[in-house]
Each structure stands twice: as structure tokens, then as C-alpha cells.
Design a protein. Structure first.
Length: 371
């Protein structure tokens, strides 16, 4: 990035001091946005010029990625926690947000994966960056908890509900200040929890990052619960309809449409619930891709298989407003097993982190033609 562009984006030289790491997403000019829930801060980091592989190069397949990361970082495989994945636009370069270890000793890292599978830590010192601190984040001492299903790699409470064995995590509300991000037309969309009574929020932060944000509390009809809800934050989102709206998914597992044009700063925004993927479940990630001129949505889940939804069906779907209404948009279960995080690889493929039956985590690309 040139110094002129750096000035335009309001970046300054220094060290990015992360206390934690969560969602990551790319913006313009190879700017990587990194969320730090512990400090309720978002960093915009200039990755600088890089030699990136041609798009004709086959994307990386990395078997036993978690073991490779553990060896690279000098820790046990159980101490590797991949929080998110993003692809640098116009390249085959993959970036991972990773927590090494747990508790107070945990260390946040950004790791790149080259098309050949080579791992490298992204330096966070002596780089150009800017930051934005969220002013309505839940306080550290906020006693409220957000409940979700945990995957097998996490410590969790073991429960049996109606004959179904579940592993339940109860996250402090502060730790879900930022659950997902997307960059759309000069604005960073930030989903998560706030310190308000109606804590589920969508923030819109202009880039370059400054002191202004527009925030909407979100309300959805939760089909499994049979009522409107404003507390549980949306877990994952994806821009939709030419960036005019977003699709979001929540725990237990409604899929909801929000029109960005309808969002007025400070208002309560009501989404249109278009599907319910099933109770006692937490979505992990969502990704959109195109195939044969049609747009599709993939949703990975903790307890249910990977699901595919045709976006044309979403446009025609009236809102679900009855408890237990499982009609909604049609969805199809795909054969890929153990899918956690996903990323669109420049339209040619979808990258998937997949956990195999032996517990190993693998990075595998699937061409959009095969999905």
C-alpha cells in the first residue's frame, strides 16, 4: 500500500496490541479487519504488498491443519483454537485468526496459509493500522451470558435434553461483543451484543475508521421459541442481494433477512425470518457462492449437517411467524462432514475447515461446480 493510500485510510505506524482475536474480514487495498472482544476494539491492518499466487494455481489442501499449527506455534493440538478464516481478495492466500492456549495465558495470532500450505505468522509490530473502540460494548463485569452449543474441541457443560446429548457453552456477554463482520461499500458491518437491554445489535462503522457508528438493536421471530427476541446476538452474517441486505443466522437456528436500506440509526430493526434449521443447534459460519448463474448460501452448524439454500427461494419467502414452523425456504443437506469455518475463494471454490472422525481439523477446497 502506498503512503498516499495509507493517509487516505487514516493508518499510522505502530504495534497492534491484541488481547484476544475473533472474526476477521478483508476490506479494500488488502486491509484486514481484526476483532478483539476483550478490548472491544476493531483493528484495520495494512498487510502491505505481497507476492500472491496466480488464481490459476490450485488452492491449498492442508490435512491435519490443527497439528501443523500446533507444531508451528509450539503447543499442543488441543491448545489451537481457530476463530475465523478469510481469503485475501485476488489471491489464493488464506488467513486464520487463532488463539493459542486458553484462559489468561492465551495468545492471539494471525496466521497465513500459502497455496502450497506453508504457514507464517503475520507480524503485528511496526505495521500501519488504525483502530475503533466500540463504545456500547457490554461491560467486563456484565453478568449476562449468551448460550450456544460448543463443538467437541471446547470445554463445555454436558447436558441431556429429551434424550439428546448436548455440549453447552455459556459465554460472558462481553466475549460476544463482535460475533461476525462484513465489509460492504465503504462500511464495516459488525454484529454482536451491546450493553443495552435489547442487546442484539448491528453496528455500521464507516471506513476509514473514526469515532462514528450507527447502531440498530435487532428483533427477530424465533420459530423454535415461538416469540420475538432481542437478546441473543446473531452468530454469522453474509451480504446479500447486491449488498443491499444481509442474511443472518442465530442459535437454534433461524435464518433471517435484514434490509440495510430500512435501518435507521438508533432504531429497533425487525428481521424477516425465512427459515428455521432446527432447535438445539448453533450455526458456525455462512458463505455465499454462485453456480450456473444462481446464488446459493451454505450454513455450517454444530449439530446439523452442512446445508445449502438457493437464494432465489429467500426472495420469495414470506416471514415465518408461527412457533414450530419448519417450512420456510427449502434446504438441502450436503455430504461434507464436520464443516466449521468457510470462505469463498474468489468465486472458484469454497474453502472448508473440516473436522474428521479422528478429531483432526483439515483445510479443504471444494469447487463451486461441485457444490
Amino acid at each position: 500500500m502506498t503512503h498516499v493510500v495509507t493517509r487516505i485510510h487514516g493508518l499510522a505506524q505502530g504495534t497492534v496490541e491484541l488481547k484476544s482475536i475473533g472474526p476477521i474480514v478483508f476490506g479494500p487495498e488488502s486491509i484486514l479487519f481484526v476483532a478483539d472482544n476483550a478490548s472491544a476494539t476493531i483493528f484495520a491492518i495494512d498487510l502491505g504488498a505481497a507476492s500472491v499466487a496466480s488464481l490459476d494455481v490450485e488452492p491449498a489442501t492442508v490435512e491435519k491443519l490443527d497439528a501443523r499449527l500446533a507444531a508451528y506455534m509450539g503447543c499442543l493440538r488441543e491448545d489451537v483454537n481457530i476463530r475465523d478464516m478469510a481469503v485475501r481478495p485476488g489471491s489464493q492466500q488464506v488467513y486464520l485468526s487463532v488463539m493459542r492456549g486458553t484462559g489468561n495465558a492465551a495468545m492471539p495470532l494471525v496466521i497465513s496459509v500459502s497455496p502450497s500450505g506453508e504457514l507464517a505468522e503475520v507480524p503485528l509490530h511496526d505495521v500501519r493500522f488504525s483502530k475503533f473502540t466500540i463504545d456500547d460494548a457490554p461491560a467486563i463485569e456484565d453478568e449476562r451470558r449468551d448460550v450456544r452449543l460448543a463443538d467437541d474441541s471446547e470445554d463445555a457443560e454436558e447436558l441431556d435434553i429429551r434424550g439428546i446429548h448436548l455440549r453447552v457453552a455459556r459465554d460472558p456477554l462481553r466475549s460476544v461483543t463482535i460475533t461476525d463482520m462484513a465489509y460492504v461499500d465503504g462500511t464495516l458491518l459488525v454484529a454482536g451484543a451491546s450493553n443495552e437491554e435489547f442487546s442484539s445489535s448491528l453496528r455500521r462503522i464507516p471506513f476509514p475508521l473514526d469515532t462514528k457508528q450507527s447502531t440498530n438493536s435487532l428483533e427477530i421471530f424465533h420459530v423454535s421459541h415461538g416469540k420475538y427476541e432481542t437478546a441473543s446476538p446473531l452468530r454469522t452474517l453474509v451480504p446479500y442481494g447486491g449488498n443491499s441486505s444481509i442474511l443472518a443466522s442465530y442459535t437454534c437456528t433461524p435464518v433471517v433477512h435484514f434490509s440495510l436500506a430500512d435501518l435507521q440509526p438508533g432504531s429497533l430493526a425487525r428481521g424477516r425470518t425465512v427459515a428455521d434449521l432446527g432447535s438445539m443447534n448453533t450455526p458456525i459460519d455462512m458463505v455465499a457462492y454462485s453456480k450456473d448463474g444462481e446464488e446459493y448460501l451454505l450454513v455450517s452448524n454444530v449439530r446439523y449437517p452442512l446445508m445449502r439454500i438457493a437464494c432465489r427461494d429467500i426472495d420469495q419467502q414470506s416471514p415465518l411467524l408461527e412457533r414450530g414452523d419448519r417450512t420456510g425456504v427449502p434446504r438441502e443437506e450436503l455430504p461434507q462432514q464436520g464443516v466449521t469455518r468457510m470462505a469463498n475463494l474468489n468465486g472458484s471454490a469454497v474453502l472448508m475447515l473440516q473436522r474428521d472422525a479422528d478429531g483432526s481439523l483439515n483445510l479443504r477446497p471444494y469447487s463451486t461446480a461441485s457444490l
